[in-house]
Design a protein around this ligand. Structure first.
Ligand code: ADP
Ligand code: MG
Length: 647
C-alpha cells in the first residue's frame, strides 16, 4: 500500500524500527516453524508465533487503525485480518509469513520511494555551509544563513558556490549541472549570475549575494520538486478513490467465500476460511495502488536532476498527450538577446560605413531614453547600443508601455514613441516614405524599431533602430525532434513581431506554421484555438507570455535559473536555455506513461492469475503472499527505472 507522506516518516528511528521488526518477524517465524517440527516443543511454537505476529503486524495495525478512525478500510486491514484468519484455522506459520512479507515489502517500497525523493535533495550537499565573506579589507568564514543580500563572498578555484549572486570581480568556468543539468561548464565573467551549489572551476570570484540562503535557486528547486512529488497525478487520484470501494469489495467477497460454502455444507470451517483468506490476500490491490506513484515520483526526481522541473504528476501526464508545441519567438526560439545592427535617421539615407553620424546617434539616444525604463529585450539592446557608443541618455517621464507594440515617454518635453509600425499606424501615414526600408529589414528577419515624435496629434518619424535576434543554434534540431515526438503533430511559432520577420525566423527554425503580430491576449486566443487539434504545450520565457503559458495544457518556461516569475508560472520549468530539454521532457513523459501502464497491466494480471489459482486450485496461502508482495515490489522497482534517464 502507499506509504504515508514524507512528513509522517520524517523521524529517523521509525524506519529503523520497521526494519528491526521485519528481521525479528523473520527470526521468530523461522523459530516457530522449527519448534513445530520438534518432538518436544521447547519453547512451544505459539510462544514464538505470538511475538512474530506482534512485530510483523505492528505497523499494519497502526496504519489500519489510522484509516479506520477516518472511516476508511485500507488494504493493511485486509492483510492483518488474513493473518489472524490463518492463525485461527491452525496455520500460524502462514499467517506470520504473510505479515513478514507484507512488512518487508513495505520497507522495500518506502526505501525505493525515499530514494526517489532524495534524488534531488542530495544536490543540496554541493552547497557549502560556510562562505568566505569580505568585510572591508578583512575576510571571515561565516555560516551561509547569516549572510544577506549585498554581502560580498569570495569563491576560490575548485570551490562550490555558496549562494546565488552576481560576479563583481573575476572570471571562471562554472559547472552548473546541479541547477541546469548541463554537462559542460559555462564561462562566467563580471556581471554574470552564479548559483548556489554549482561548482567554480578555474578562477577566483568575488560574488555579490543576490538571494539569502533559503531563497537560492537550488533551495527553491528542491522545494518545488518536493511539492510536485506530493501532488498526485490523475491516475493516482482515481486509484486512491477506488481503493475504498475495492477494499470493501474484497471484504465482501471473502465473507461470501466463507458463508456460501458453509451454507451449502460438506466442507470444514477451517478449510473454507483458509481459502477465503488466500483469496483476500491475492485480491488486494497493493501493487495497483503503488504502481503510479512509484513511476511518477521517480520521473519527477530524475527530470529535476537534468534541469527539468515538473510541477506535478499531472503535468507529466498532460505532456504525454501533447500534439502541438507552440513556441514564443523572442527568447525561446531566438536567443532573446537582440543586438542593434543599424540606425537610420529621417532625411539621411542609409550609409554603408559603420561609422556613426551625429544625427543617427541622436535617434539612438532618444530611443534609449525611452527604452531605459522598459524590461523588453529590444529595449535592453537599444540601451546597450547607446551606452556602447558613449551617448548621453536623457531622463524620461510619464512612461507608457503597450505590450506587443512598444513604449512611449516624455523626453525633454517631447512625447517620443518607440515601437513597431502597428504602434504608429493607427495614428499616422508618416511611415509611407519608410515602407521599402522597413520591408527590406523585415524580409531579412530583422526587427526595425521606429522612433517617432508626437506633437498635437501629428506623428513625425525621426528614424529607426534595427535590432536582430539570432536563432538559437539548436532550434532547428529541437523543432525537428519535437515533430517526431508528437506523432505528426505540429510545431508552431507565436510572435508579436512583423509577419515578414516571423516568416524569416520560422523558415530558419523549420516550424510548421507561425502566427505574427500577436498581442499577449492574441497569443492566448491562438493557444486556445490550437487546443482543438489536441494537447498544446506552450514554450515561453514566462515573463511576458505568462497568460499564454497558463492557457496551454502544459506551459513550459525556459531559462528559469534565477528568474522568479518563470519558476512560479509554468507547469514545466527548464532551468537552462537548452531547447533539447523539451524533446527530453516529452520523451520522459511518454516513458513514464508506458511504465505506469506496464505496472497496471502487470499488477492486474498477477491478481487475476492468483485469484483463479486461489479460487479453483487451492493455492497455498504462502505462495499467494509471495506472488502478491513480489508483484508489489517489482512494480516499485520498475518505476524506479525512470530515475535513471538517458542523456
Ligand atoms: P515576441 O512575441 O516576439 O516575444 P513581444 O510581444 O514582446 O514579442 O513584442 C512584439 C513586438 O512589439 C516587437 O517585435 C516590437 O516590434 C514591439 N515592441 C514591444 N515592446 C517594445 C519595446 N519596449 N521597444 C520596442 N519595440 C517593442
Ligand atoms: Mg516574448
Amino acid at each position: 500500500p502507499p506509504r504515508p507522506p514524507a512528513g509522517a516518516r520524517a523521524s529517523r528511528w521509525l524506519p529503523r524500527l520497521e526494519i528491526g521488526f521485519v528481521l525479528a518477524t523473520l527470526v521468530l517465524m523461522t523459530g516457530g516453524w522449527v519448534a513445530e517440527r520438534m518432538e518436544q516443543e521447547i519453547p512451544p511454537a505459539w510462544s514464538l508465533y505470538l511475538p512474530a505476529f506482534l512485530t510483523g503486524g505492528f505497523f499494519g495495525v497502526r496504519s489500519s487503525l489510522r484509516s479506520l478512525r477516518r472511516g476508511r478500510i485500507d488494504v493493511d486491514l485486509l492483510m492483518v485480518l488474513a493473518a489472524l484468519g490463518a492463525a485461527y484455522v491452525g496455520a500460524p506459520f502462514e499467517g506470520a509469513m504473510l505479515l513478514f512479507l507484507f512488512s518487508l515489502s513495505n520497507v522495500l517500497q518506502s526505501f525505493a520511494m525515499d530514494r526517489t525523493r532524495r534524488a534531488i535533495t542530495s544536490l543540496m550537499k554541493l552547497r557549502p555551509d560556510h562562505a568566505l565573506v569580505r568585510r572591508g579589507s578583512e575576510t571571515e568564514l561565516v555560516p551561509i544563513d547569516t549572510l544577506s543580500v549585498g554581502d560580498r563572498v569570495l569563491v576560490r578555484p575548485g570551490e562550490n558556490i555558496p549562494l546565488d549572486g552576481i560576479i563583481v570581480e573575476g572570471a571562471s568556468e562554472v559547472d552548473q549541472a546541479t541547477i541546469t543539468g548541463e554537462a559542460l561548464p559555462v564561462a562566467k565573467g563580471e556581471g554574470d549570475p552564479v548559483f548556489a551549489a554549482t561548482v567554480n572551476q578555474t578562477g577566483a570570484l568575488e560574488v555579490r549575494v543576490t538571494r539569502a540562503a533559503r531563497d537560492s535557486t537550488i533551495a527553491r528547486l528542491i522545494r518545488l520538486v518536493e511539492e510536485a512529488q506530493a501532488q498526485k497525478a490523475r491516475t493516482q487520484r482515481f486509484l486512491e478513490k477506488s481503493e475504498q470501494a475495492y477494499a470493501i469489495g474484497v471484504l465482501l467477497l471473502t465473507l461470501g467465500l466463507v458463508a456460501v460454502p458453509l451454507a451449502l455444507g460438506g466442507r470444514t470451517f477451517s478449510d473454507v476460511l483458509y481459502r477465503a483468506m488466500t483469496v483476500m490476500v491475492v485480491a488486494s490491490p497493493c501493487a495497483i495502488i503503488i504502481s503510479t506513484p512509484a513511476s511518477i515520483l521517480a520521473a519527477i526526481g530524475g527530470a529535476a536532476r537534468r534541469g527539468v522541473l515538473f510541477k506535478g504528476g499531472a503535468s507529466l501526464e498532460a505532456l504525454a498527450k501533447v500534439r502541438v508545441v507552440a513556441f514564443d519567438k523572442t527568447g525561446t526560439l531566438t536567443r532573446g538577446e537582440p543586438e542593434v545592427t543599424d540606425v537610420q535617421a529621417a532625411g539621411h539615407p542609409a550609409r554603408a560605413t559603420a561609422e556613426a553620424s551625429p544625427v543617427e546617434d541622436a535617434v539612438l539616444a532618444l530611443a534609449a531614453a525611452v527604452e531605459a525604463r522598459s524590461e523588453h529585450p529590444i529595449a535592453q539592446a537599444v540601451v546597450r547600443a547607446a551606452r556602447d557608443r558613449g551617448l548621453a541618455v536623457a531622463d524620461c517621464q510619464d512612461l507608457r508601455a503597450r505590450p506587443g507594440l512598444g513604449v512611449s515617454a516624455r523626453v525633454d518635453g517631447r512625447r517620443i514613441l518607440v515601437g513597431n509600425a502597428r504602434y504608429l499606424k493607427a495614428e499616422s501615414s508618416a511611415l509611407e516614405p519608410w515602407a521599402t526600408t522597413l520591408d527590406a529589414f523585415h524580409r531579412a528577419g530583422r526587427t526595425p524599431v521606429i522612433v517617432a515624435e508626437v506633437e498635437n496629434g501629428l506623428v513625425q518619424v525621426l528614424g529607426i533602430v534595427v535590432v536582430a535576434d539570432a536563432l538559437r543554434e539548436d532550434a532547428a534540431a529541437a523543432v525537428a525532434d519535437l515533430r517526431r515526438r508528437t506523432w505528426g503533430g505540429q510545431v508552431v511559432m507565436l510572435t508579436g513581431d512583423h509577419p515578414e520577420v516571423a516568416a524569416a525566423i520560422a523558415a530558419a527554425a523549420g516550424v510548421d506554421a507561425f502566427h505574427a503580430e500577436l498581442l499577449p491576449e492574441d497569443k492566448v486566443r491562438v493557444v486556445r484555438e490550437l487546443r482543438d487539434g489536441g494537447g498544446v504545450a506552450m514554450v515561453g520565457d514566462g515573463i511576458n507570455d505568462a497568460p499564454a503559458l497558463a492557457a496551454a495544457d502544459v506551459g513550459i518556461a525556459m531559462g528559469a535559473a534565477g528568474t522568479d516569475v518563470a519558476m512560479e508560472t509554468a507547469d514545466v520549468v527548464l532551468m537552462s536555455n537548452d531547447l533539447r530539454k523539451i524533446p527530453f521532457a516529452i520523451d520522459l513523459s511518454h516513458r513514464a506513461r508506458r511504465i505506469v501502464i506496464q505496472n497496471l497491466v502487470f499488477a492486474l494480471g498477477v491478481i487475476l492469475v492468483l485469484l483463479v489459482l486461489a479460487l479453483g486450485y487451492r493455492l497455498p496461502l504462502p505462495l499467494g503472499v509471495v506472488g502478491h508482495e513480489g508483484s508489489t515490489v517489482l512494480v516499485c522497482l520498475n518505476g524506479l527505472r525512470l530515475l535513471r534517464t538517458k542523456r
